[in-house]
Design a protein around this ligand. Structure first.
Ligand code: APR
Length: 188
């Protein structure tokens, strides 16, 4: 756990669906019609209403309701959280790793901003893109932690951000990344 100027960041080993933060973040795909991993677990726990909320969002001609690197917010159905912020992280490709990092950072920033826009003061994130989308965990942790710590150091609105890690090795990597984070790491 670390206390930053405007809020606290906490890491836990656990399941994203159990979180009672105002918002939880889904590791979604562009269609927002559900999937495996975090997406499947959230849709199962939230109940069929969540898919109905997603299907009400406008889709383009290819059925995409949210572009990569962007977020959409819906109510959370049967979950303890009030909102699900569906975040589409990048599929990791080593040849385009700069773009993947930019999109991963952007999706975290947009999720934090969406939570504030919906009057949430707390939010829980999974390790977006580190499963089916194959982002290396250490690299994803560095970007995700730096984005959230920078945000909580500079922007009022959220008092609590939690990362929910599903496996011990991921928890350990996020933990050491958080311990090592310094204000000096702030991007210009
Ligand atoms: N709670 C917290 N973390 C979880 C849970 C859970 N219930 N289930 C899986 N995880 C972890 C995984 O271990 C992984 O590290 O979340 C991380 C993200 O994995 P994915 O859910 O596969 O998400 P992502 O890599 O962003 O891929 C998104 O997967 O299911 C599809 O529809 C989804 O197409 C989209 C893609």
């Amino acid at each position: 756990m670390r206390q930053l100027k405007h809020g606290t960041i906490e890491l836990i080993l656990g399941n994203i669906v159990d979180q009672d933060t105002d918002a939880i973040v889904n590791a979604a795909n562009t269609k927002l019609t559900g999937g495996g991993g975090v997406d499947g677990a959230i849709h199962r726990a939230a109940g069929p209403q969540l898919k109905e909320f997603c299907l009400q969002l406008p889709a383009d001609e290819q059925g995409r309701r949210c572009q990569t690197g962007h977020v959409q917010t819906t109510p959370a159905g049967n979950l303890k959280a009030k909102y699900v912020i569906h975040a589409v992280g990048p599929f990791y490709n080593e040849r385009y790793s700069d773009k993947a990092h930019t999109q991963l950072r952007q999706v975290h920033t947009l999720a934090l901003q969406a939570a504030i826009a919906h009057h949430c003061t707390s939010i829980a994130f999974p390790a977006i893109s580190t499963g089916a989308y194959r982002f290396p965990v250490a690299a994803a942790a560095k970007t995700a932690i730096d984005c959230v710590c920078t945000f909580l150091s500079t922007t009022p609105g959220l008092s609590f951000v939690r990362f929910v890690l599903y496996k011990q090795p991921q928890y350990d990597i996020f933990s050491s990344t958080l311990e090592e984070w310094r204000m000096d790491d702030l991007d210009p």
